[in-house]
Ligand binder design. Structure first.
Ligand SMILES: Cc1cc2nc3c(=O)[nH]c(=O)nc-3n(C[C@H](O)[C@H](O)[C@H](O)COP(=O)(O)O)c2cc1C
Length: 227
């Protein structure tokens, strides 16, 4: 759309209310964090407070969980990205902690599980540069090392910065002959206000995108007309 067209078709006005929601999970991808337990096994935890700045990842963790504890002692991790169809396996992990005994402050019903891979029917796969195992079923796996852990003001949360050391991508996601992920083939699992979603059809792309949308996968949407 041109600037003039944008002015002629303003977005409709909204009617805002002031509310006080219990949670602010406003729709971010779910990652499964593998970290190393003291006994050398790998713990696994679903986390939706995760985002990337270049090759730096920023993660938000509850301070009492096993994941935060493991990272404070052993900074290596794998950030595994499940596709949307794995949501129910992720949900199997939701009431579990790798910390024994279960710490105070965990929600009611939370219980200890020594092997969360088995609890979710997921397969451990050796990593190349770090000790925690990858999740074989996850199409994207980021081996990383935490460089900074910082407590928030309340002490309830830990903010982690981690440097990505190696990226593993399922071959079907990679644009052949390039280093690019094909966004038409990657289906992240989105956590929005405690509900799981996949992505809807593509609406467009950034002016910086270096991948060509594939017509066969997205026959609808504004991009179809641009190609
Ligand atoms: C979809 C989903 C997203 C979650 N996001 C986060 C998160 O961003 N940060 C966090 O600390 N816990 C998050 N949790 C809760 C942890 O997975 C939960 O506290 C778990 O017991 C942590 O395991 P651990 O104690 O073995 O580390 C999430 C859970 C689910 C199911």
């Amino acid at each position: 759309m041109t600037g003039r067209e944008l002015r002629e078709h303003p977005a409709p006005p909204l009617d805002h209310r002031t509310i006080d929601p219990k949670i602010l999970y406003f729709g971010t991808p779910v990652v499964l964090l593998s970290t190393l337990n003291e006994d050398g096994t790998s713990n696994l935890a679903p986390v939706s407070s995760a985002w990337a700045l270049g090759r730096l990842l920023v993660l938000g963790l509850g301070a009492t969980g096993q994941t935060a504890r493991n990272l404070a002692a052993r900074p290596e991790l794998v950030v595994n990205l499940p596709s949307a169809d794995l949501w129910w396996r992720v949900e199997r992990l939701a009431p579990l902690t790798g910390r024994y005994p279960v710490p105070e402050g965990k929600p009611p019903g939370c219980r200890f599980a020594a092997d969360k891979f088995a609890a979710a029917g997921l397969t451990g796969q050796g990593s190349e540069l770090v000790a925690p195992q990858r999740v074989a079923e996850c199409p994207l796996q980021l081996e990383a090392r935490a460089s900074r852990l910082r407590s928030d003001g309340s002490g309830a949360f830990v903010v982690v910065e981690a440097d990505v050391l190696r990226v593993h991508a399922d071959r079907d996601l990679v644009v052949p002959g390039t280093q690019h992920i094909d966004p038409a083939r990657w289906h992240p699992l989105i956590y929005s206000f405690r509900h799981y979603f996949g992505l809807g059809p593509q609406l467009g792309h950034s002016h910086r995108s270096e991948t060509t949308p594939r017509p066969a996968l997205h026959p609808t949407g504004s991009d179809a007309a641009d190609r």
